[in-house]
Design a protein around this ligand. Structure first.
Ligand code: AMP
Length: 143
């Protein structure tokens, strides 16, 4: 199973934010869209970073509520780990486990083409396990 197949089911929309917006804007965006991370892009859509709910919480814990007025660029992770539409789900699980993050943007020809969250990976794996169980039960019933 590849990233492309997951995107075919969930869609390719990616919620983005500019680096000069505030952490308050990012928090509002995360809450409104009910997501855990936003990809930070420049004016031409190039990926500059990623900011997740953890970055916002850490900023407030370290600097208090005034941190919410800081720019997204001050708290985002600039070195974004990305994948390709052809990447496998096993590869994504490996990236998330090693990097300890729950979101992986998908790049196609250098352009944003979707995002895979840990929730998408878990959903996919559950569907695969259920399908294997069904096949085994059918096999046993007809043997
Ligand atoms: P998350 O688990 O996705 O909420 O993110 C945990 C931390 O990893 C935060 O500091 C994020 O900015 C960072 N992060 C999230 N996704 C990625 C990614 N794909 N590449 C690099 N860092 C990331």
């Amino acid at each position: 199973m590849s990233v492309e197949q997951i995107l075919g089911g969930k869609g390719r929309d990616v919620v983005t934010i500019g680096p000069d917006r505030t952490l308050a804007d990012a928090a509002q965006c995360l809450a409104e869209r009910r997501i855990g991370a936003v990809v930070v892009v420049d004016g031409s859509g190039g990926v500059q970073g990623i900011i997740s709910e953890r970055d916002v919480v850490r900023a407030v814990a370290e600097a208090g509520a005034s941190a919410l007025q800081a720019p997204v660029s001050s708290r985002m992770t600039s070195k974004v780990v990305t994948c390709l539409p052809t990447s496998s789900i096993d590869e994504i699980m490996g990236l998330m486990t090693t990097g300890k993050f729950r979101h992986v943007p998908v790049l196609d020809g250098g352009r944003l083409a979707g995002i895979i969250s840990i929730g998408d990976v878990v959903k996919q794996r559950l569907a695969e396990v259920e399908s294997e169980h069904r096949a085994l039960r059918d096999y046993i019933a007809t043997a």
